[in-house]
Design a protein. Structure first.
Length: 110
């Protein structure tokens, strides 16, 4: 099962090397792909699936493996966790997390 803690603590992500704009961009790309893969829209889900599971593009810039490598994330481990989440919850847990996260950020901005 995916251990989110192994990806870095929230405090680490708020400070230090995690604040580098390029790293934030790569995290946003990965985040969007996961949300699309777990989402309801077939076109986005299929595009995300192609990106997440394309072994042939591993060395290409901005491929899933390339992004994970530059973020210091074990790509296979993360992909297994994403697939486990999809199978166990049909994505509902992630959708709820995303909605709560958005509301929390909105309230912080106010």
């Amino acid at each position: 099962m995916l251990d989110i803690g192994s990806l870095g603590s929230a405090e680490e992500m708020e400070h230090g090397e995690y604040r580098i704009p390029e790293r934030n961009l790569l995290l946003a790309i990965l985040n969007r792909a996961v949300l699309d893969y777990l989402g309801n829209q077939a076109v986005e889900r299929n595009a995300a699936k192609d990106w997440l599971f394309d072994e042939d593009a591993a060395e290409e810039s901005f491929s899933y493996y390339w992004v994970c490598q530059h973020l210091g994330i074990n790509a296979d481990y993360l992909r297994e966790g994403i697939e486990d989440l999809k199978q166990s919850s049909k994505g509902s847990a992630v959708k709820r997390w995303y909605l709560v996260r958005g509301k929390r950020e909105d309230s912080l901005a106010a």
